[in-house]
Design a protein around this ligand. Structure first.
Ligand code: AMP
Ligand code: MG
Length: 333
């Protein structure tokens, strides 16, 4: 599928400013650098996160240049959306400057597709059902007839958002997911919370209201445990339904919430029970990073995508259904 290519990818959609350099077809990761914004209080403030990215961009680029010869890259890719406008614009500006300086093509990629495709590259999953769970998204996705199809999604808030909102209310800090996971591991007592699955969709706002109301009335460890068990059961149920409906026997998780060990354990159990395979990969690649943007940059470049500097505006609300999936055969040996 074409000769060797090297791409530099820039991630800046939300809390992480990341740069990655990856090679096609070997999927050799030449460099991975990231700087993560941690708000002092509350959730992500878009303008403060953008300021963080501006402050860290040069440092991250210098670190990249100390590890790889940037002049040798063939493609410059950046996360064009979805994400926070002020943050996206920092990555886009750096990518434009690099493309101009290196005289290399510029490719703008979709952040969600990048999460999915790095998971596929790392696991060699051919056409799995994907559970995409991040700060702002909760979707069950599959590629059918050359298109990303959303089979199910949250009807209100995203699972990462639920964890972060609950943790903030409970004074656990941001991001909430890792703190909830840590505290949940200290409990095994289930507090009943609303379980809301409708076909392949789920709803989480009722759960957030209830669990927030229980802060201070129930031990925090029990609340974290119950939140995880209930929400993850819902996620695994809808994923399993999608696998059964499509007759698919490969399952991957993509996005930051995939860093949760309990969620991945439940995914493994569900797959074993139905003779399917849960394809796991190193935990650091569930979180936002530049390598996934670089890999998606190569895929979109191969599909013919190029951006002129003038048209390289960001797309904060870009839906994955408007993106072309990877060419057939890319993940088969
Ligand atoms: P992303 O939007 O892909 O960068 O993912 C960020 C989201 O992942 C945030 O909502 C985090 O709280 C969540 N997250 C990160 N680590 C974990 C974890 N170990 N368990 C659950 N959620 C997590
Ligand atoms: Mg993400």
């Amino acid at each position: 599928m074409g000769g060797p290519l090297t791409c530099i990818g820039i991630e800046s959609t939300a809390h992480t400013f990341g740069i990655g350099v990856v090679k096609y077809p070997s999927f050799q990761i030449l460099c991975e650098v990231r700087r993560v914004y941690r708000p002092i209080s509350g959730g992500i403030h878009p303008s403060e996160a953008a300021k963080h990215h501006v402050e860290k961009a040069v440092e991250a680029l210098k670190e990249t240049a100390s590890k790889v010869d940037i002049k040798k890259v063939d493609i410059v890719a950046f996360a064009r959306g979805p994400g926070l406008g002020p943050c996206l614009r920092v990555g886009a500006a750096l990518a434009r400057a690099l493309s101009l300086k290196l005289e290399k093509p510029l490719v703008g990629v979709n952040h969600a597709a990048s999460h999915i495709n790095i998971a596929r590259a790392l696991t060699k999953a051919v056409n799995p059902v994907v559970l995409y769970v991040s700060g702002g998204n909760t979707q069950v996705i599959h590629v059918s007839e050359g298109k990303y199809v959303i089979l199910g999604e949250t009807e209100d808030i995203a699972v990462g958002n639920l964890m972060d909102a609950f943790a903030r209310r409970a004074g656990l800090g941001f991001p909430g997911g890792p703190r909830v996971m840590e505290l949940a591991s200290k409990s095994s007592r289930l507090v009943k919370l609303p379980y809301s699955v409708k076909g392949m969709n789920i709803s989480l706002s009722g759960m957030l209201t209830m669990v927030e109301g229980l802060i201070g009335k129930e031990p925090i460890e029990d609340l974290c445990f119950s939140l995880q068990e209930t929400v993850f059961s819902m996620l695994i149920e809808v994923s399993e339904r999608a696998m059964a409906m499509l007759g698919v026997d490969e399952f991957i998780i993509a996005g930051g919430v995939g860093a949760n060990a309990r969620l991945r354990q439940m995914a493994g159990e569900m797959c074993r029970e139905r003779n399917a395979v849960f394809k796991d990969y190193p935990v650091e690649y569930y979180a936002d990073n530049g390598v996934m943007i670089a890999w998606e940059g190569i895929i979109q470049y191969m599909l013919g995508e190029r951006l002129s500097l003038e048209e390289s505006t960001v797309k904060p609300r870009w839906r994955i259904t408007d993106v072309k999936p990877s060419p057939k055969g890319l993940y088969e040996d």
